[in-house]
Design a protein around this ligand. Structure first.
Ligand code: SIN
Ligand code: MN
Length: 204
């Protein structure tokens, strides 16, 4: 993770394939396990009353989740705990691929079990879209779909693998994206299979 490799770009998404070494992935996973002990993964309800298929929790000043009142950033887990700090193992990725003069305030942790997916959506609950969203993939492969800046139109997909890092900024920042499915058991990183996606966001 020393020299910044040239990313592949797909619809202005910068995709750093194989960005994290196996050791770096294991170190991040250890830190994620510590976070999840304090603020356990939970399955959020959407405002429409349907549960999301991913389970989530967060680190940082803010966590993001949905419930019957809507999607928003909040200062506490549903159990009342403050979110733990974002670990250095994760922050250092932002410091390399993201802006140097602004730190993320949220690390959203999404866990995809065998049948989890995420519909096409924009990330737009943040105050200022000049800052990127940085996404880190760990565990099983995910079929990531990229659309357009408004709903509908053609889409393109790419498999994200463990250790890949995606930067959404500029014209990609408000582009619709989602995960159609994961290839369960395709990675050995998580002993019970599944995928973890971390997204770093500036909230304020
Ligand atoms: C997200 O859009 O929040 C998650 C994307 C992913 O899981 O790769
Ligand atoms: Mn998103």
């Amino acid at each position: 993770m020393n020299d910044l490799p040239r990313p592949l770009t797909l619809r202005d998404f910068k995709i750093y394939k194989g960005y994290l070494s196996a050791d770096e992935q294991h170190a991040i996973l250890t830190d994620v396990r510590t976070i999840v002990r304090d603020v356990p993964l939970f399955q959020p309800q959407t405002p429409y009353g349907k549960p999301m298929s991913v389970q989530m929790t967060s680190a940082g000043k803010y966590g993001w989740y949905a419930d019957r009142s809507g999607y928003s950033y909040r200062k506490a887990h549903p159990n009342g705990s403050n979110w733990p700090d974002i670990p250095d193992s994760i922050l250092k990725i932002w410091q390399t691929v993201g802006p140097k003069h602004r730190q993320p305030e949220c690390c959203l942790i999404n866990y995809y079990s065998e049948n989890a997916k995420m519909g096409l959506h924009q990330d737009r609950d943040e105050a200022d879209f000049q800052w990127p969203v940085v996404s880190i993939s760990l565990g099983d492969d995910a079929l990531f779909r990229i659309g357009n800046q408004s709903r509908g139109g053609s889409t393109e997909s790419i498999w994200l693998k463990s250790g890949d890092v995606v930067v959404m900024e500029g014209d990609a920042r408000l582009t619709y994206h989602g995960v159609d499915r994961i290839r369960f058991g395709s990675s050995q990183l998580l002993h019970n299979g599944g995928r973890i996606n971390l997204t770093l966001r500036v909230v304020e």
